[in-house]
Design a protein around this ligand. Sequence first.
Ligand code: GDD
Ligand code: MN
Length: 362
Amino acid sequence: MYDLSVVIPTFNEKDNVRPLFDLLRAALDGRSWEAIFVDDDSPDGTAEEVRSLALEFDNVRVIQRIGRRGLAGACIEGILSSTSPFCAVIDADLQHDETRLAPMLDALQGDGELDIVIGSRNVDGGSSGDGLSRIRRCGSDRATALTRRMLNITASDPISGFFMVRRLSFNEVVTSLQGEGFKILADMLAASAGRWKTHEIPYTFRSRHAGDSKMDSAVALEFVSLLVVRKTGGLVSTRFVLFCAVGFTGIFVQLLSVKIALVFLIDQFALAQAFGVFVAINSNFLLNNLITYRDRALRGRAIWRGLLSFYAVCALGAVMNVGVANSFFATLPFWALASIVGAIAGALWNFIASSLFTWRTR
Ligand code: GDD
Ligand code: MN
C-alpha cells in the first residue's frame, strides 16, 4: 500500500504522460506514492502510453474507461480504485504545480483533523499565471464567485480541481457526488456542508504543455446544473436538470417551427403543429445527445437507432401527458394546473424511459 495515490484524469493527453510522470517522480522523491491515470479511451492512445510507462515503473497504472466521458466521474473512480490513506487529483497537462504535493501530504499527515488540502490560485503566493486566456480568466473569476456564494464555500479556489483529500473524509461524501461534470472539488466541498477542515496552499497555474483543453460550453452548462443540484439539496440529478433545460429550448423550437410552417400551410394549423412537434423532438434528441448524455453520446449508426427509440419514448410520453392531465382534471377541474401536471408526468416519463432505452449504458 502507498501513502499517496495521485489520480490523473486524461483525455487525449498522450504527450503529457511522461513529462508529468517525470515531474511527479522528482516532486515526490522519497515518498510512498503511486500514479493512477484514468483515461476515457482516448483516441490518441494515452492509455497505451501509460502502459508502456508501467513496464518501467511499478507505481503506475491506468484505468481505461470504454464508452464513458467525464472529468469528475474519472476522478471519483480513480480515488475509489486505490487504498491509500491520501489521494490527490492533478491535471495531466502540467498546469497544476506538482511540487505542492509534498507539502500537501505533510499537512495531512501532520494534522489528523485536516480533511482536505486545496491548491489555490487565489491566496497570497498563488496566481492564475498565464495559464488562462483573458476571456477564460474572466469566466473563471465569475464561476468562482458564483460557486462560493451559492454553495456557501469558504475556500478561495473551489473550481481549480487541484487537491489532496483524506480517504476517510472522501468516503463520507462520495455517495452524494455528481459524476457528470468537471467540478469535483466544488461538489465535494458542497457535500461536506462546511464540516470539513480545509487548508489552502498557493500555486501558480501554468500554461498547458501539449494538447488542447476540453473545457467547452457543454462543460459550462454542466457546471450551472451542478449549482442547481446542490441548491435543491440533491433532489434532482445533473442529468435531469440538463434534460429539462433541453426540453425548455424545445418549446421555442416548436413555436418557431409552427410559425414557419404556417407560412406554407396557411389555415392548416393541425398540420403545422404536428410539424412543430416533430422538429422539436428531433432538436431535443440532438441536444440531449450533445449535452445531457454527452458522456455516452450515440455516434455513427447508433444515432439512428437512438432517434427511433426516442420517437417511441416521446410518443408514449405524449400519451402519458394527456392521460395524466385528463384524470387530474376529472378530480380537480383547473385546466392550467391539470395541463402542467400532465406536462411534468410526460417529462418524467421521457427522462426515465430515454435514459433506459435511448442512452442506455453499455
Ligand atoms: N478521464 C477524463 N475524462 N479526463 C478528462 C475529461 C474527461 O471527460 N475531460 C478533461 N479531462 C482531463 C484532461 O485530460 C486534463 O488532464 C484535466 O482533465 C483537465 O482538463 P483540461 O481540458 O485541461 O481543463 P482546463 O485546463 O480547461 O480546466 C482546468 O482549469 C480549470 C480552472 O480554470 C481544470 O482543472 C478545471 O477543473 C478547472 O476548473
Ligand atoms: Mn488544462
